[in-house]
Design a protein around this ligand. Structure first.
Ligand code: UGA
Length: 470
């Protein structure tokens, strides 16, 4: 039977909130601290704040019992053995991560520290942050033997955050002290020992009792670099396949076939080889920039990452050119947009390539009618409805009388549209698919002009007065 640990999680954003409910699901007692009183009140009242599978169920199960929400970090520090810092590390103007929230939390913890604590950095941070946290705490008069700082990066994805947390590919614990490493090992024991997966009500996923996740012990600096390097590598994989997709377009090859052929090589692997309109979200763009900046500060030229970013920016512009080629001119055209979130199954629009493209279309003088199953409220706060931009209640309303339909987010529901209905709803049956959700031959059979990424476009042959016109 694993030991129950008192855990504080500071920050109730994606990582903090998911970690808090998952630690409770693993059997621990958790206090989730946030300095935003409205957020705390909302969470206490049962609001999940973010759109995430399994989160409502887990919050319902543990809210105000095994997970308590509060604003008082001093109280949480006194009560808990391990304090996880999961606050934001936004991008500063120079591309570096802004660590002021992490520093503020470290100082506040220091002021309330009366017995030994393990302070765990879970936010994505540059190498050396653990050392800075340690120094900040010591500067506040805390003796070295009263605490340890550990790096335990999180690799969850939005949309599948809960199952990613409970079924991780690996758990990385960067600790320079055995005492602290032992506390982290105890916290994750329900997963690494397989006990959690034997529970009848456990959330299922890739791990099980016989194949529990691996816990990798490293130095704090290695753990910090593992997180940045992993995100940068995944972003590089996406930019790589996007660059390959451009080559496929130039040569009439099919990038889906190329990606499959590459991915079957076990050294490459099939994941993160989906071409599209570029990566977005709150992590990859920020982390690639931060990692490049860290390297620069250490005197390392990591120009590869500059190329990764360049390809990502170009990919959006390239998609806009495709819209232009399909419609000839853009001013005054009515465009239906499906998808605003940075990827499917989330309501997050941060750094969303879909939002960037909507901005570009509006800039070109198009009128846009957009639909997204979850992200419209957030988008409307950023881009209010106007005579040029409207929000529709479903995909077909968005498509009504449009000159073309653009698919910009890979929501499952956009992959199963009623194509006959769509055909009669659009003014012109033109679909530009930035996520390759459809088979071009199927679209052709349904009479669409279909343009996607890295695959030959298909155009129905129409008969006009005996001559065929492409
Ligand atoms: C990413 C990482 O995948 C997580 O491991 C990490 O923990 C997280 O960042 C973080 O650092 O917090 P996330 O931002 O939720 O997770 O989203 P991803 O599923 O990785 O997708 C990122 C972007 O890449 C999306 O815009 C997605 O559409 C795009 N993408 C992804 C592609 O264009 N092609 C692909 O093959 C995969």
């Amino acid at each position: 039977m694993s030991k129950k640990i008192q855990i504080a999680v500071v920050g109730s954003g994606y990582v903090g909130l998911v970690a808090a409910v998952c630690f409770a699901e693993m059997g621990h007692d958790v206090i989730c601290v946030d300095n935003d009183e409205r957020k705390v009140a909302a969470l206490q009242g049962g609001d999940t704040l973010i759109h995430e599978t399994f989160l409502p169920e887990l919050l319902n199960r543990y809210r105000n019992a095994k997970v308590r929400f509060m604003t008082d970090l001093a109280e949480a520090t006194r009560e808990c053995e391990a304090i996880f810092i999961a606050v934001g590390t936004p991008q500063s103007e120079t591309g570096d991560a802004d660590l002021s929230y992490v520093e503020a939390v470290a100082c506040e913890i220091a002021r309330s520290l009366t017995s030994y604590k393990v302070i765990v950095e879970k936010s994505t941070v540059p190498v050396y942050t653990n050392e800075w946290i340690r120094r900040a705490i010591e500067r506040n008069g805390v003796a070295r033997e009263m605490f340890d700082v550990v790096s335990n990066p999180e690799f969850l994805r939005e949309g599948t955050a809960v199952s990613d947390f409970l079924h991780p590919d690996r758990i990385v614990v960067g600790a320079d002290s055995e005492r602290a490493a032992a506390v982290l090992a105890e916290i994750y024991a329900p997963l690494t020992g397989g006990e959690y997966y034997t529970r009848p009500d456990h959330i299922t996923g890739i791990c099980n009792q016989n194949e529990p996740p691996v816990l990798l012990n490293t130095s704090t600096k290695s753990a910090e670099i593992i997180k940045h390097a992993s995100n940068a590598f995944l972003a590089m994989k996406i930019s790589f396949i996007n660059a390959v997709s451009n080559l496929c377009e130039a040569t009439d090859a099919n990038v889906e076939q190329v990606a499959r052929g590459m991915g079957l090589d076990s050294r490459i692997g099939p994941k993160f080889l989906r071409p599209g309109i570029g990566y977005g979200g709150s992590c990859f763009p920020k982390d690639v920039a931060a990692f490049r900046s860290v390297a620069e500060q250490m005197g390392i030229d990591f120009g590869l990452l500059t190329e990764v970013e360049k390809i990502n920016v170009q990919q959006k512009k390239r998609f806009l050119s495709k819209v232009r080629s399909a419609l000839w001119t853009l001013r005054g055209k009515r465009i239906a947009v499906l998808g605003l979130a940075f990827k499917g199954e989330t309501d997050d629009i941060r750094e969303s390539p879909a939002i960037d493209l909507v901005g570009m279309l509006l800039g070109e003088g198009c009128s846009v009618v957009a639909y997204d199953p979850a992200a419209m409220k957030r988008t409307e706060e950023k881009l209010p409805a106007s005579s040029q931009l409207r929000y529709a209640t479903d995909a077909y309303t968005a498509a009504h009388d449009a000159d073309a339909l653009l698919i910009l987010t890979d929501w499952d529901e956009f992959a199963t549209l009623d194509l006959d209905r769509l055909y009669t709803t659009l003014r012109y049956p033109i679909v530009l698919d930035g996520r390759n959700l459809y088979d071009p031959q199927v679209m052709l059979r349904h009479g669409f002009t279909y343009v996607s990424v890295g695959r030959p476009s298909t155009f129905p042959v129409r008969e006009y007065a005996g001559s065929s016109v492409l």
